[in-house]
Design a protein. Structure first.
Ligand code: WT7
Length: 665
C-alpha cells in the first residue's frame, strides 16, 4: 500500500474521485467509459503482477507465457516463455476478426494530398515490404535504421521490421546527418530506410541528401531504401540505393523481382528486442533505449485504451506527435494499431497552410481524441481563439497532454476552448524509457485538476522521495518508480553499466526518472520537470552536455555552458554562454554561426535560442561550471531570440558570480 503516492494518509485512491472537484468527467461520460469503476485501482494494487497478466491476455499469443514476471533488479523479464508477433497483433488479428475495411490511418499530407488506408491494405503493404527487407538480406535480430518524414511508409517500415523480427531504430527526420550517423554506428544497422524528402512549411526537406551525408563512414549499411515523397532529382548510389516503389513492384534493377505478397509473421519471444530509440541523457552520447515485445505491447495497448477511453469502432484518435519520438512509436503506431483504432498521420506543421491546420484536420476527420504537447497548446493560445473557433470541433471527446508540465492556464484553455468544456483532459507523464504512460487520470473516473497529472495508472508503483530516498506523502521530492512495469526499458543498447548507473543507482531499489515532483494537499501529483542536466524544449529532451560539445566543436569557441531557461511557449529555451578563443569575434555573425553549427551537428531542435558571449564562466572550486547560477541569469532577463552581444549587464553579472562563486559546490 505504501507504494502509492496517494497513500500514506490511510485514504484509498478512490477517496480522491469526488464528484465535487473542479473538473469531474462530464455528465454521462462515466456510464459509457471503458473504465468506470474506481475499484480498478485497488484491484490492480492487490495483485499487480496478475493485473498485468490480465492485460496481456488481451493480445493474441502464439504461445502463452510460463511466468508473468521475473525480477532481478534492475532487470525484468515479462511474460517469459510467451510467443507472439507485434505486427500480427496490430494487423492480422483485426482483419481476421472482420475489421479489415476499418481505416487504420487517415494520412494528411502538407500539400493537401490525403489518403486513407484500411487495416487490410496496411497488412498487404507490410507483408510485401517485410519481404522486400528479407530480400535485402535483413534477418531476425538485425537492426534497420529509419529516417523518414511523417508518411504512412514510416509505419509500414516499423511494422515490417516487427513482422520479420528485425529491430528498428527510428531517427527523427529533424535530426542532423551527424546525429543519424552516430545512431547507425551505435546500432550497426544493415539497412537504412528513408525518403527523398518531406514537406515542411511549403518546402521539400531533402532527407536523402542528409542520409547520404550520414552514410559516409557507416560500414554496416549495405542497402538504402528510398520512398518517393517530394519528387525531383535525388542522388542515388547504384547497387546501394533502391526506390521503395521499384522494390515493391519488382522493377528494381538489383533486387530479384517482385516480393511475395504473403509473409508469415516471425514467432517472437516475449523478451525479443522490438526496437531501439535514442534519447538524450546527461552526457553528450545519446542512449539507445531498448524495448522488447510482449510487455511493451501489453502496456501501450492497455494505456491507449484506458487513458483515452478508446472505443475503437467509433473513435478517431489523433496523436499529433512525430513518429520519430517515443510518443509516436507508442501512440501513433503500436498502441492504436494493437487496439484496432483509426488514427491520423499528418505531415508538416500547425501553421501551414494556415494557423487553423489542426482544427481543419479535426473537423475533416471528425477526430474524437486529440493528444498533443503543451507547447502546441500554448502556441495556439498565443495565436488566438479565432482559429479553433472557425471550425466544428464537436467530435472531440477526450484531450490528452504529454511531454512537459502543462501550466494550469494552458490546461484550462485547452479544456474550455478546444474541449468546449465537454472533454476530460488527461495529462500523461511518461518517458522514452517507460515506453508507455505511467501517470495519468482515467477519464471515466478521475476528477482532474488543471496542471496535475493526478495519479499513477493502475498497476504501476510511483513514489516521491526526499534526498535520502524516504517517501514523502505531501510536498516535493524526486519521482521514482517502485515496481517493474511491462513496457519498461530493458537496458541501454551496448551499455549495461550506464543503465544501472543512470536509473538505478541514485536511490536504492528504485528507478529514478530524473524528474522532480510534488504531492499537493489533496494527494494529487504534480510533475516539476527535470532535475538533471537535461532540458525539455517543446516536449523534447535535449542534453546540455550534447549542446556544449557541439559548441566547443566550433573553431571559435574556447568554452561553453548551456542552460535551459524558462520559456513561455516551449517550456524551456536553450541559452548558451560562450567564451571565444582569443582574437575571435563576438559579433552577431559569430553567434549566428554557432547556432547554425549546433543545428547542423544535432538538429534544429537543439539550436540555442540565445548565445551570450562572456569572457568568464562561474565555476566551482573544482572547476565545475555552475549552471544553476547561469540559469538564474538567463531567467532573470528577457534575452532576445539570437545573440546578446556582450550585453554589459549580463557580462557584469556573470563576472560578479565568477568572483563570488568559488567555494560553492
Ligand atoms: C521527460 C521524458 C513521454 C513522451 C514524450 C517525452 C517530461 C513527459 C510529462 C508530463 C510533465 C513530462 C519529463 C520526462 N514529461 N510527460 N505529462 N508532465 N513532464 O518523452 O523525450 O523521453 O521525455 O519529459 O521530464 O522525464 P521523453
Amino acid at each position: 500500500m505504501s507504494e502509492d503516492v496517494s497513500r500514506g494518509t490511510g485514504a484509498t485512491i478512490e477517496d480522491y474521485f469526488l464528484e465535487d472537484r473542479r473538473f469531474p468527467p462530464p455528465a454521462g461520460f462515466k456510464d459509457q467509459a471503458v473504465v468506470s469503476d474506481p475499484s480498478i485501482y485497488s484491484r490492480a494494487d492487490e495483485d499487480w503482477v496478475g493485473f498485468w497478466a490480465e492485460q496481456a491476455d488481451d493480445l493474441d499469443w502464439f504461445k502463452k507465457w510460463d511466468e508473468v514476471l521475473s525480477w532481478e533488479l534492475p532487470y525484468a523479464r515479462w511474460f517469459d516463455g510467451g510467443q507472439l508477433n507485434v505486427s500480427y497483433n496490430c494487423l492480422d488479428r483485426h482483419v481476421l476478426a472482420g475489421n479489415g475495411e476499418r481505416v487504420a490511418y487517415y494520412f494528411e499530407g502538407e500539400p493537401g494530398d490525403s489518403r486513407s488506408i484500411t487495416y487490410r491494405e496496411l497488412l498487404e503493404e507490410v507483408e510485401k515490404f517485410a519481404n522486400v527487407l528479407k530480400g535485402l538480406g535483413v534477418k531476425k535480430g538485425d537492426r534497420v535504421a529509419v529516417y523518414m518524414p511523417m508518411i504512412p511508409e514510416l509505419a509500414v517500415t516499423m511494422l515490417s521490421c516487427a513482422r520479420i523480427g528485425a529491430v528498428h531504430s527510428v531517427v527523427f527526420g529533424g535530426f542532423s546527418p551527424d546525429a543519424l550517423r552516430g545512431r547507425i554506428l551505435d546500432a550497426e544497422a544493415r539497412v537504412l530506410v528513408t525518403a527523398d524528402g518531406g514537406w515542411r512549411r511549403g518546402k521539400a526537406v531533402p532527407l536523402k541528401e542528409g542520409a547520404d551525408a550520414a552514410l559516409a563512414g557507416t560500414p554496416s549499411v549495405d542497402h538504402v531504401v528510398v520512398a518517393r515523397r517530394v519528387g525531383g532529382s535525388t542522388p542515388m548510389t547504384p547497387g546501394r540505393d533502391h526506390w521503395w516503389d521499384e522494390l515493391m513492384d519488382g522493377s528494381d534493377p538489383v533486387a530479384g523481382g517482385a516480393p511475395d505478397e504473403h509473409c508469415e509473421p516471425e514467432v517472437m519471444e516475449a523478451e525479443d528486442l522490438l526496437y531501439l530509440l535514442y534519447t538524450s541523457g546527461t552526457t553528450a552520447k545519446p542512449k539507445g533505449i531498448m524495448h522488447t515485445t510482449g510487455g511493451y505491447l501489453t502496456q501501450v495497448a492497455y494505456t491507449h485504451k484506458v487513458v483515452f477511453d478508446l472505443h475503437p469502432e467509433s473513435d478517431v484518435f489523433w496523436c499529433a506527435a512525430d513518429i520519430g519520438w517515443v510518443t509516436g512509436h507508442s501512440y501513433i503506431v503500436y498502441g492504436p494499431l494493437a487496439n484496432g483504432a483509426t488514427g491520423v498521420i499528418y505531415e508538416g506543421t500547425p501553421d501551414t497552410p494556415g494557423k487553423d491546420r489542426w482544427w481543419s484536420i479535426v473537423e475533416k476527420y471528425r477526430v474524437t481524441i486529440l493528444y498533443a504537447a503543451p507547447t502546441a497548446i500554448r502556441t495556439f493560445m498565443k495565436w488566438g481563439v479565432e482559429y479553433p473557433e472557425a471550425h466544428d470541433l464537436s467530435s472531440l471527446r477526450v484531450l490528452g497532454s504529454v511531454g512537459e508540465p502543462i501550466n494550469p492556464e494552458a490546461w484550462i484553455w485547452y479544456q474550455e476552448k478546444i474541449g468546449r468544456a465537454r472533454c476530460p483532459v488527461v495529462d500523461t507523464w511518461w518517458q522514452t524509457e517507460t515506453g508507455a504512460i505511467m501517470i495519468s487520470p482515467l477519464p471515466g473516473i478521475t476528477a482532474t485538476k488543471p496542471g496535475s497529472a493526478t495519479f499513477p495508472i493502475p498497476g504501476t508503483g510511483v513514489e516521491v522521495v526526499d534526498d535520502q530516498g524516504e517517501p514523502v506523502t505531501r510536498g516535493g521530492g524526486y519521482l521514482t518508480l517502485t515496481r517493474p512495469w511491462p513496457a519498461m526499458l530493458r537496458g541501454i543498447y551496448g551499455d549495461p553499466e550506464r543503465y544501472k548507473e543512470t536509473y538505478w543507482s541514485r536511490f536504492e531499489g528504485r528507478y529514478f526518472a530524473g524528474d522532480g515532483a510534488k504531492i499537493d494537499d489533496d494527494g494529487y501529483l504534480w510533475l516539476l520537470g527535470r532535475i538533471d542536466d537535461v532540458m525539455n524544449v517543446s516536449g523534447h529532451r535535449v542534453s546540455t552536455t550534447e549542446v556544449e560539445s557541439a559548441l566547443v566543436d566550433h573553431p571559435s569557441v574556447a568554452e561553453a555552458a548551456v542552460v535551459g531557461a524558462k520559456d513561455e511557449t516551449t517550456g524551456q529555451a536553450i541559452v548558451a554562454f560562450v567564451t571565444v578563443r582569443s582574437g575571435e569575434p563576438t559579433d552577431d555573425a559569430t553567434g549566428e554561426s554557432l547556432r547554425a553549427h549546433v543545428a547542423s551537428l544535432i538538429g534544429p531542435i537543439a539550436r540555442p535560442k540565445t548565445v551570450v558571449f562572456t569572457d568568464e564562466l562561474p565555476k566551482t572550486r573544482s572547476g565545475k561550471i555552475m549552471r544553476r547560477l547561469l540559469r538564474d541569469v538567463a531567467e532573470g532577463r528577457a534575452l532576445g531570440d539570437t545573440t546578446t552581444l556582450a550585453d554589459p549587464g549580463v557580462v557584469d553579472e556573470i563576472r560578479r558570480l565568477a568572483e563570488v562563486s568559488p567555494g560553492e559546490e
